[in-house]
Design a protein around this ligand. Structure first.
Ligand code: KIV
Ligand code: ZN
Length: 513
């Protein structure tokens, strides 16, 4: 018998981008959308077009450029939002309008200040209007996890009659448990009379750490679309993680008895890309893509692995695209070897970017004996996030030790988006070398940025490993997460700080525009 297909609906660019500090610019969103398409995601939710002109532009551009996946845009149940959404997604080969409206009594009474029948009427009207524009319409019953199941079944029936092809049952606040949520899906499947005309979708949040478990339980009970994000990022504790769902279905095929089109060998690349661009680090023990996911520490486990891998490994690192960290290149490696490595790592770069990166690689390999895959990835991705550069670090000198830490910095600033750069120089003392550097930069930039998190790790192995500084900063109420890498950790810290200033400044400029 033909197996049912699970539709993977990725919302990294919408719900995921709602994570504090995760805001992405257009170029970064396109990089993520391309990787999602390569990964085989069926539907990419590219944004919430009515929420800002920037989101509208991103959804429109992604709709124009991505050819394989469906492109969805989210909208509230109002004509204005739906029309804006359609104007953004209509360029896609497979556009989808995703309308949502809350169905729990708490949301209906307190947030919307309406009655159940008014909400039902609004939902039907919204779906009908969306269907007049677009063939593919999804309806989400926000806070379905806490909605009364009798009322939910009525809403589901009505929106399917109005033309929705997908009905999404979100556990918006991550409140339900797997058995309970699965039972709710089974109940809807049993009681909504026209349910066979639509796909049941689920969208689970991770507030109790149950998002993946709840989604899998929903699949067991008839859901055929899962909404998820790379690395599980999203509002608050995040959404169900795409990589965990895809691998659970792959590793346990006889248990779930369904198929999907995710190319799991691309999972690791996707995870790395999203982590680097959003600045949200992946916890080391994260299932599937964490640094320790395939590390075996105990002697008994290592012994078992050597005798038969399956004793302690239920999937191979290569299944998710993790390759053994190999010593790849060094100071004698030429252009050809470098470009081949970049290609093997899955990057397609234009000639100018490739040359630029080769120069950076040469500088690095002069300082570092062994250049690992991770070092090259860090170089490439630092380069790809360097768009919208307003400030550039031109010079850095730091003295520290027994005396007072002092830093001198030179920064160039791009004026009014033109290619005219003005150079400024300042010096400052601080309680430590990083503090001195940041104070000197602040004297030039004067942005009153607040540093809320600073951490440091080695990108690869060895004493001469690249250092990566991760920063979270607050500027005018928004949070930005960034990373900077260098063989010199003070320079990595300075680069990260400059990157934070660039991100905050360009976000502010985009908002003003
Ligand atoms: O969590 C939620 O309910 C949502 C909907 C808009 C689908 O993100
Ligand atoms: Zn959500």
């Amino acid at each position: 018998m033909k197996k049912d297909k699970i539709i993977f609906f990725d919302t990294t660019l919408r719900d995921g981008e709602q994570s504090p500090g995760a805001s992405l610019n257009l170029k970064e969103k396109l990089l993520v959308a391309n990787q999602l398409a390569v990964l085989g995601v069926d539907v990419i939710e590219a944004g919430f077009p009515a929420s800002s002109p920037g989101d509208f532009e991103a959804v429109k551009t992604i709709s124009q450029q991505i050819k394989t996946s469906s492109i969805a845009g989210l909208c509230r149940s109002t004509e204005k939002d739906i029309k804006i959404c359609w104007d953004a997604v209509k360029y896609s080969k497979k556009p989808r309008i995703h309308v949502f409206l809350a169905t729990s009594d708490l949301h209906i009474e307190r947030k919307l200040q309406k009655t159940r029948s008014q909400v039902l009427e609004m939902a039907v009207k919204a779906v009908k209007y969306a269907r007049s524009l677009c063939k593919d319409v999804e309806f989400s019953a926000e806070d379905a996890g806490r909605s009364d199941v009798d009322y939910l079944c009525k809403v589901v029936e009505a929106v399917i009659d109005a033309g929705a092809f997908t009905v999404n049952i979100p556990d918006t606040v991550g409140y339900t448990t797997p058995v309970e949520f699965g039972a709710k899906i089974a109940e809807i499947k049993k009681r909504a009379p026209n349910i066979n005309k639509a796909i049941i979708s689920v969208h689970c949040h991770n507030d109790l750490g149950l998002a993946v478990a709840n989604s899998l339980s929903a699949i067991e009970n008839g859901a055929r679309q899962v909404e998820c994000t790379i690395n599980g990022i999203g509002e608050r504790a995040g959404n169900a993680s795409l990589e965990e769902l895809a691998m659970a279905l792959k590793v346990r095929p006889r248990y779930y008895n369904v198929v999907h089109s995710i190319k799991t060998k691309e999972l690791y690349n996707a995870s790395k890309l999203v982590s680097r661009l959003t600045g949200i680090a992946v916890q080391v023990n994260k299932a599937i893509v964490g640094a320790n996911a395939f590390a075996h520490e105990s002697g008994i486990h290592q012994d078992g692995m050597l005798k038969a891998r399956e004793t302690y490994e239920i999937m191979r690192p290569a299944d998710v695209g993790v390759t053994e960290s190999s010593l790849v290149l060094g100071k004698h490696s030429g252009r050809h070897a470098f470009f081949k490595k970049v290609k093997d790592l899955g990057y397609k770069l234009d000639a100018k970017t490739s040359e630029n990166l080769f120069d950076k690689f040469k500088v690095l390999s002069d300082k570092k004996k062994s250049v690992f895959d991770e070092d090259i990835i860090a170089l490439i991705e630092e380069d790809s996030t360097a768009s919208n550069k307003i400030f550039t670090l031109e010079y850095l000198n730091v003295t520290s030790g027994a005396g007072i830490p002092t830093a001198t910095v030179k920064i160039s600033e791009k004026k009014d988006g033109k290619n005219v750069h003005e150079v400024f120089q300042e010096a400052a003392c601080g309680s430590g070398p990083i503090d001195a550097v940041y104070k000197a930069i602040d004297k030039i930039v004067k942005m009153n940025i607040i540093l809320t998190e600073f951490s440091l790790r080695a990108v690869s192995s060895g004493e001469d490993a690249l250092g990566e500084v991760f920063l979270r900063v607050k500027y005018k109420g928004n949070i930005y997460s960034v990373k900077g890498t260098s063989i010199d950790i003070i320079e990595a810290g300075a680069k990260a700080y400059i990157q934070a200033l660039n991100k905050a400044k360009s976000f502010e400029t985009r908002k003003e525009e």
